[in-house]
Design a binder for this molecule. Structure first.
Ligand code: PNW
Length: 450
């Protein structure tokens, strides 16, 4: 007898996207430029010189995209709000047209019975704030709280689920350590500082929400369970550092009020001990935690890998996605149950999970066949079910992504969507994986039993 894969009746079935990756028209209707606007138009930063000027043109086609979501049977949708559409200079004057766009989107979702989850920061800091030091400026927490409050006041009557930050680790590692994401800096000193300022901003936004909001707010982190590549002591120590760096660096301050002890070992002088009052501000009770999961890290010691002295090992017999991530679904079960074990009972959402595999730029007459993506999704949805069976309080799953979109500096070449986008015509074509997901949703997961 196959195991019954039915999910709880109230489980939310969603897709996730982010503003700069899908909307296009980043400067329309009074919006200010963001750091991604600047980065994407800096020669050499983007694959194929791609940029978000048009992207999926969701800004003009959002009603059609909501129709696609209804056809899929989605019960929730996670999107992000572009800070510089709301506050073109980052602080100060509010741009009503920016708020109107998101209000219309949210109203269309609700008419379709789709619960909105809004992310306040998915990497697109207003350029005007970057010119004032951006996340390196200690005032950034206040800037963020001002922006967050503006959004709460305008939209909390119709948005029941809020996210402060998307993946602070990626912001710091990609944006300030390795320079592959905006704003493209490379400094361990900056990285350590930005981590702390992002976490303070998170805390400040949660505090602001308690003053004006009536629903739920949480944090989204990308987690990668780290496993030692061997039993050797140096591989085990490297695994601990990698886990501290990617996973505990954000969850420990948010949920326990301290940074992991390994941080100084990793960053040396660049790490600082922060004032206790800061840590208190960071540790605000949150209503849920969002977990983005793509892969695991089989970890080995490597003295040349700066500054972590650890590297993810390739697994010869494993399947890899187009972004070179090992397909390892057990890692999703492991990380969800690890969160419960380390941080206690907290409502969880899988706020992103999905894969880029090769799909042709133009859909064929009979659609887009993406069996590898279906296989990836089936394995990971079963892994979520397994985590629930083991006691993790998982309340929803958001597939990354609804549409093929701008995969940041990797450009449009990496396709994560279950709906294909033709970037010449902007035509949408649901892939086979969209039909697969619609069946999962319609059967509350029971179709995963086959
Ligand atoms: C996430 N990593 O980014 C983001 O939230 C999305 O905007 C993005 O499109 C999606 O995943 C797919 O990449 C990540 O290196 C980027 O571990 C890098 C990592 C994880 C997540």
């Amino acid at each position: 007898m196959p195991e019954n894969m039915r999910f709880p009746e109230t489980f939310l079935w969603g897709c996730a996207t982010s503003a700069y990756q899908i909307e296009g028209s980043p400067l329309a209707d009074g919006a200010g430029p963001s750091i991604w606007e600047r980065f994407a138009h800096t020669p050499g930063m983007m694959h194929n010189d791609d940029h978000g000027d048009i992207a999926c043109d969701h800004y003009h086609r959002f009603r059609d995209d909501v129709k696609l979501m209804r056809d899929l049977g989605l019960t929730s949708y996670r999107f992000s709000i572009a800070w510089a559409r709301i506050l073109p200079a980052g602080t100060g004057a509010v741009n009503q047209k920016g708020l109107d766009f998101y209000r219309q989107l949210v109203d269309a979702l609700r008419e379709g019975g789709i619960t909105p989850m809004a992310t306040l920061y998915h990497w697109d800091l207003p350029e005007a704030l970057d010119d004032r030091g951006g996340w390196l400026n200690r005032d950034s927490a206040d800037w963020f709280a001002e922006y967050a409050t503006t959004c709460f006041e305008a939209l909390d009557d119709r948005v029941p689920l809020w996210v402060t930050l998307n993946e602070p680790w990626v912001v710091t590692d990609g944006g300030y350590l390795h320079g592959v994401l905006a704003p493209g800096h490379r400094s361990p000193y900056e990285t350590a500082r930005v981590t702390h300022h992002l976490m303070r901003a998170h805390g400040a936004a949660v505090q602001a929400y308690r003053a004006v909001g009536k629903h739920q707010i949480g944090l989204v982190v990308n987690l990668e369970p780290k496993y030692p590549a061997s039993d050797r002591a140096e591989d085990r120590a490297a695994t601990q550092r990698a886990d501290a760096y990617m996973n505990r660096q954000y969850l420990d301050p948010a949920l326990k009020g301290s940074y992991p002890p390994e941080m100084r070992d990793i960053f040396g002088d660049a790490w600082r001990d922060w004032p206790a009052a800061d840590l208190e501000q960071i540790r605000q009770p949150i209503d849920f935690l969002g977990v983005n999961y793509y892969t695991r890290g089989l970890t080995a010691h490597d003295a040349t890998a700066w500054p972590l002295r650890a590297r993810t090992r390739r697994v010869p017999q494993a399947t890899y996605t187009e972004t070179d991530w090992e397909v390892y679904e057990q890692g999703l079960t492991d990380i969800l149950t690890w969160v419960k074990q380390r941080y206690g009972d907290i409502p969880l959402y899988v706020t992103e999970n999905g894969a880029a595999f090769y799909d042709p730029p133009v859909a064929a007459a009979d659609g887009v066949h993406d069996p590898l993506r279906i296989d990836y999704l089936r394995r990971h949805l079963r892994a979520v079910h397994k985590a629930i069976a083991q006691g993790a309080d998982v309340r929803g799953y958001y597939l990354w992504s609804l549409l093929d979109n701008l995969e940041w500096s990797l450009g449009f070449a990496k396709r994560f969507g279950i709906v294909h986008v033709n970037y010449e015509t902007l035509q949408r074509t649901p892939k086979d994986s969209a039909k697969f997901y619609a069946e999962v949703i319609a059967s509350h997961g029971e179709s995963l039993s086959d």
